[in-house]
Design a protein around this ligand. Structure first.
Ligand code: COA
Length: 148
């Protein structure tokens, strides 16, 4: 439960700020226990530096959440978390990865674009009054391999 509390707290501050708090500890704990979800944590010197949650369906995987603590950003933590989940998706045979991010989140947009994700549409009202940018990547597509 300790990880669930820490992850939920990071989601509240670094992802959901100003939107309310939907990723409460019990929801994160459900994902940790879930058969169709993977929760990965990056630790640096014993502290949780970042985390990511991905859910898996028959042919697609959906990146639910990803965040890195501000003091650990731009050190490759986010890239490594995502790479680990992409490896997992390939192993699971779900090469299509989708995600949504807040439309105004320029840093995350640059991050995902750098890692081979492409915009697939804008969803107005996805976060209440705020729109979402929808992005995706086909891990089997050679056209998307500009990430190394
Ligand atoms: C987006 C986020 C996860 C990136 O994590 P990170 O560990 O800093 O990312 P990395 O160090 O692995 O960056 C990989 C590449 O992405 C790009 N990138 C990352 N952050 C960037 C930023 N703020 N601005 C522009 N490009 C960025 C860069 O190309 C970077 O490579 P470089 O540092 O060699 O130039 C992190 O900024 C974060 O937690 N933000 C708040 C939560 C969030 O927005 N989550 C995503 C939506 S759910």
């Amino acid at each position: 439960m300790t990880d669930a509390i820490e992850i939920a707290d990071m989601s509240r501050h670094f992802i959901e700020a100003g939107l309310g708090w939907s990723w409460i500890p019990s929801r994160v704990a459900c994902c940790i226990r879930g058969r169709n979800t993977v929760v990965v944590v990056a630790q640096i010197n014993g502290s949780v530096a970042g985390f990511a949650i991905m859910s898996f369906a028959v042919e697609t995987a959906h990146l639910q959440l990803l965040a890195v603590r501000p003091r650990f950003r731009r050190r490759g933590v986010g890239r490594r978390l995502l790479a680990w989940l992409e490896e997992t998706a390939l192993t699971a045979g779900t090469p299509l990865i989708s995600l949504e991010l807040r439309a105004g989140n320029r840093a995350a947009l640059s991050f995902y674009q750098r890692l081979g994700y492409r915009r697939t549409g804008r969803v107005h009202g996805y976060y209440g009054k705020e729109a979402a940018e929808r992005m995706g990547r086909d891990l089997w597509s050679m056209a998307d391999t500009d990430t190394v």
